[in-house]
Design a protein around this ligand. Structure first.
Ligand code: PRT
Ligand code: MG
Length: 217
């Protein structure tokens, strides 16, 4: 594999985004030639010599695309909002990896009353930007505690009154005796494209966007 300036690099994260992007790639005639769950490689070749996939941490996808480490990528709206979207063209809602961003508390915590009384809430989350905007719009004062994972543990240990996290089936909340008290927004994954790459590599990138668009609708 040689990487000419015409090489197209697509950033994906392992797991649900990779898995749910595969059918869209197939619709664009692109087959990834290695299974990321079996290989330790971070750069995966495809059946198209000029197209490669790079595997990055989910929260790093927008950064890779912003700075041109990848020409395009697939990222959750949650991650995209936290990143801010600078330098990114966002042509498509891919409608994959769907879930919702919610507020959850311990079943024995009276959230409605805490809000009514104007109490100051301790909120633990990985999504501090989304949480800050949401509570500010509600006029609720919060102390935000930034976490990198296992948010569900925060209300159970007394670290926080509430969490802001992604919910899909609700099983994780249920297993930890937490209840969803607000739905902040619906989440799905977006195609993001480096703005300079879109101009310079139009002929290669446009067909991919178009194929994704027809496979999505
Ligand atoms: O895992 P890592 O720290 O590397 O990064 P990540 O967690 O951001 O990556 P990944 O692959 O887990 O998620 C990538 C994207 O998938 C997210 O940015 C979302 O846009 C989307 N997505 C869709 C989800 C879920 N559904 C989801 N259920 N991301 C996470 N979850 C987690 C949630 O945080 C909670 O812990 O699953 C748990 C809840 O699931 P249920 O089904 O029990 O409700
Ligand atoms: Mg995860």
């Amino acid at each position: 594999m040689t990487f000419t300036p015409d090489t197209i690099t697509l950033a994906l994260s392992k797991g649900r985004i990779f898995d749910e992007t595969l059918p869209l790639l197939r619709a664009a005639g692109i087959e990834v030639l290695e299974d990321p769950e079996k290989s330790r490689k971070l750069i995966l070749p495809t059946n198209q010599p000029q197209v490669r996939v790079v595997l990055v941490r989910a929260s790093d996808v927008p950064t890779y695309v912003q700075y041109g480490g990848a020409d395009l990528g697939v990222t959750g709206l949650d991650t995209l909002i936290e990143h801010g979207g600078a330098g990114l063209y966002q042509p498509l809602d891919l409608r994959i990896a769907r879930c919702r961003m919610s507020v959850a508390v311990r079943a024995d915590f009276d959230y409605a009353q805490a809000v009514r009384q104007g109490s100051r809430l301790k909120v633990a989350t990985k999504y501090v930007g989304i949480a800050r905007d949401f509570f500010a719009a509600k006029g609720v004062h919060v102390d935000l505690i930034k976490l990198y994972g296992s948010m569900e543990l925060a209300p159970l240990t007394g670290l926080a009154d509430a969490i802001v996290d992604l919910v899909s089936t609700g099983n994780t909340l249920k297993a930890n005796q937490l209840v969803e008290v607000e739905r902040i927004m619906d989440i799905s994954s977006r195609l993001v494209v480096n703005q300079a790459a879109l101009k310079l590599k139009q002929d290669a990138i446009r067909p991919i966007i178009d194929a994704f668009a027809s496979a999505t609708t």
